[in-house]
Ligand binder design. Structure first.
Ligand SMILES: Nc1ncnc2c1ncn2[C@@H]1O[C@H](COP(=O)(O)OP(=O)(O)OP(=O)(O)O)[C@@H](O)[C@H]1O
Length: 124
């Protein structure tokens, strides 16, 4: 399969294309993208500190990475097992579980980092 190999800047372009394809085709990916934008805008508005940006970026990255892996696993399972199979279900459900863990972490980080200053800005 040497025709599939690439050199120089091509692997980077392939990776960008993978992210763009996921954004175009995956509803959940678009939701995570929009959620990250909202968090970044609110963080900038609240002028959160550098170490808080670190937590927010770890949370956002975790959700994005897990969703990209989830998408890759879904596509691979669809290719390998187009018919219903308990192992296909196990693979997809486990991958979805990884996204859920990352999303719960992001919610906790968002609540801890943005919650108090947001409350102060809105209600005090
Ligand atoms: N080949 C299969 N065999 C058994 N169960 C499957 C199979 N494909 C999907 N499932 C079950 O259906 C669920 C939904 O699968 P699906 O491929 O539609 O992914 P999804 O979570 O809806 O994501 P997306 O909407 O991004 O495709 C899986 O989590 C799994 O439980």
């Amino acid at each position: 399969m040497s025709g599939g190999r690439s050199h120089g800047v091509q692997p980077f372009l392939n990776a960008i294309a993978g992210i763009v394809r996921a954004l175009q085709n995956e509803r959940h990916m678009r939701f995570h993208f929009a959620a990250a934008l909202v968090v970044i805008v609110i963080g900038a508005w609240l002028r959160v500190k550098a170490h808080d940006w670190l937590w927010l970026s770890v949370a956002i990255t975790g959700v994005w990475v897990s969703e990209l892996f989830n998408t890759a696993i879904e596509r691979t399972v669809d290719l390998a097992s187009p018919d219903i199979h308990p192992l296909a279900k196990a693979a997809k459900d486990t991958a979805a579980g990884a996204v859920l863990v990352a999303a719960l972490f992001a919610v906790v980080v968002g609540a801890i980092v943005l919650g108090p200053p947001l409350w102060k800005a809105c209600f005090q």
